[in-house]
Design a protein around this ligand. Structure first.
Ligand code: ADP
Length: 585
């Protein structure tokens, strides 16, 4: 993938005015840079050698005054140049940082909207690296990269004009080095770019490993896999170091080659230049200006070549960012909305087929109708497709064939946000954020009153537990020993779903059995929750299955049986078999 230059420019566009100001600063800086050797030339040619200055206004000045003026000018030039440099750095860095910020914001928003299908393919650590580190590349690319090159170019052009007027032969010789330099630049640039991409990939692999290990730290410690994980980390870290070392080596090798080319050019120019002075073609003052330009002529070229390496590295980063930004959101948003009182909750799944991986169907031509307010228990062996089936409702995935409707309308026709507002989910494992208990409960309905939060907590039978926490509802989960048990987390997420108050409910029951007392508490909270709502429960408990209006048995992506508990038990079919193996203890 090429760097989309247009897209990079689009990020620069909001800052075009400060950018223009920065360009102006660069021009001024180049002028001062060009003026640097001139006071010395005046001192040598006009003060010491006594030649008259071509300027009328100062030609009558006594030598002493001229000397003071030249020396003051020298100080002034450096002073102004220094001041401008500070100002220019400030301007360019500020523009760069704002661009990074904008890019990050876009990337973050985009990542949150990308489908679960995308997220199941990508490592969190890699995405983390792209958001935090790779985004900096846009600053490097436009500011740290562009500006040195630009100011170098302006300076080169300025020097060229001044030098041509002093000695055109010498100027041509000096510039003869440029093509050789640019050839080496493009030759090695490609290699450096490849090495830079590799270094970034290896570095983000290290992030991924750390992220994976930290999120599974419990398992790692339980199975005493610390050393193996450490080894995996170290080998990724070594690969990353090796890649950066290769990159640095290439970069320094590159500067080395450039420096040698420059040295050869300098030697040639000095040799010819000295002969021109000897033959009287140049004055002593002019050769001072010339040699001092000569010394700084290669500065800009050198900086172009070094910046080139930087730009190659940065393009790799920018490319990695745009790669993600270019991933289609996957789910096209619809335009219909639900009436303000919400959906009725008539859910129909019609001839749905779905696969994650082509050729491996997970749901096969499956149909299911659930009337408003009904509770359906979905049972079946692991891998039957239960979670996949319910994730079609909020459009975590879209089926490849068939359709899912709510109140008779295809879910794809709704505004995604409005669709998801109709659905409340209690998922496994119960996810609790490290924020206050009250905020956790109000996660799906920010701005809910404390009264409503407490009411939801009471219904979910978690109120008393919360009251016992150090700061009650304001206790931050996970802080000061305020850890919650699995059952308590469960009830907290139920309270969250109650407060969200959506007409459709999706529940994933935990498989690990909690004790009888907690189970009774949870069931009671659930009963309250499911009243009057269309409910899908991926059921693992006998009590849940019994209470459901209907039981749907799923196997290999198909419904193999459905009906009421008693009827299914009498039929001695797949459910009865499942009942004996899974539900009866
Ligand atoms: P259940 O909830 O009944 O245990 P799932 O719906 O989770 O079943 O999974 C059904 C099948 O789909 C399984 O074979 C599982 O491996 C596969 N599967 C689930 N999620 C993904 C995914 N994100 N990518 C690829 N395959 C998946």
């Amino acid at each position: 993938m090429k760097i989309p230059g247009q897209r990079v420019l689009a990020y620069l566009w909001p800052y075009r005015y400060p950018f223009l100001a920065a360009l102006g600063q660069v021009f001024l800086m180049s002028l001062f840079e060009l003026a640097k050797p001139w006071p010395l030339k005046v001192v040598i040619d006009n003060v010491l050698a006594g030649k008259p200055l071509p300027l009328q206004a100062v030609s009558s000045w006594p030598a002493q005054t001229l000397l003071i003026a030249a020396c003051s000018a020298l100080v002034l030039i450096y002073l102004l140049l220094g001041g401008l440099t500070v100002l220019n750095n400030f301007t360019t860095i500020r523009i760069g940082q704002r661009m990074v910020n904008d890019l990050r914001s876009d990337l973050y928003t985009h990542l949150q909207r990308l489908s679960l299908a995308f997220h199941s393919r990508h490592q969190v650590g890699d995405l983390l690296y792209r958001v935090t580190a790779d985004t900096y590349a846009i600053q490097t690319l436009t500011m740290n990269g562009l500006f040195p090159i630009l100011s170098a170019l302006v300076l080169l052009v300025g020097m060229f004009f001044v030098m041509v007027r002093l000695d055109w032969q010498l100027t041509l010789l000096a510039l003869g080095v440029c093509p050789i330099l640019f050839f080496s630049i493009s030759f090695m640039g490609a290699r450096i770019s490849a090495a830079a991409t590799q270094a970034r990939e290896q570095e983000s692999a290290v992030y991924s490993i750390v992220q994976r290990a930290m999120s599974a730290i419990r398992v790692i410690q339980a199975f005493t896999k610390e050393e193996e994980e450490h080894r995996a980390f170290m080998s990724a870290s070594h690969r990353s170091l090796a890649a950066s070392l290769r990159l640095y080596t290439l970069q320094t090798l590159y500067s080395g080659v450039v420096n040698v080319v420059i040295a050869v050019g300098t030697a040639v120019v000095v040799w010819v230049g000295a002969r021109h002075v000897l033959s009287g073609q140049l004055t002593v003052g002019e050769i001072v200006v010339f040699t001092s330009y000569l010394a700084s002529l290669y500065g800009p070229i050198n900086s172009i070549s070094q910046t080139w390496g930087l730009i190659q590295g940065a393009s790799a980063g920018v490319r990695r960012v745009f790669e993600i930004l270019e991933v289609e959101k996957g789910l096209a948003d619809g335009s219909r909305t639900f009436p303000s009182q919400g959906a009725r909750g008539d859910v129909s799944i019609e001839n749905v087929s779905f696969h994650y991986v082509p050729g491996q169907p997970v749901l096969k031509n499956l149909s299911l109708r659930v009337l408003p307010g009904q509770t359906v228990a979905i049972v079946g062996p692991t891998g039957a497709g239960k979670s996949t089936l319910v994730s079609l409702l909020p459009r975590f995935y879209d089926p490849q064939e068939g359709r899912v409707t709510i109140d008779g309308i295809d879910v794809r026709e709704f505004v995604l946000k409005d669709l998801r507002r109709q659905i409340s989910m209690v998922l496994q494992p119960p996810l609790v954020f490290p924020i206050s208990v009250a905020e956790n409960i109000a996660y799906g309905r920010p701005g809910a009153s404390r009264q409503d939060i407490v009411q939801a907590a009471k219904l979910a039978r978690i109120h008393d537990t919360i009251e016992r926490l150090p700061q009650g509802y304001d206790t931050v989960v996970g802080e000061q020993g305020a850890t919650l048990s699995e059952g308590e987390r469960q009830r907290l997420t139920i309270a969250r779903a109650i407060l969200r108050n959506a007409p459709i409910l999706i529940l994933d029951e935990p498989t690990s059995s909690v004790d009888a007392e907690t189970e009774a508490l949870i069931m009671e909270g659930l009963r309250k929750l499911t009243q009057g709502r269309t409910t899908f429960i991926i059921a693992h408990r006998l009590s849940t299955v019994r209470q459901a209006d209907r039981i749907v048995v799923l196997r290999d992506g198909r419904i193999v049986e459905e009906g009421k508990f008693e009827d299914l038990m009498q039929k001695e079919g797949p459910f009865a078999l499942l009942y004996r193996t899974q539900f009866s203890l």
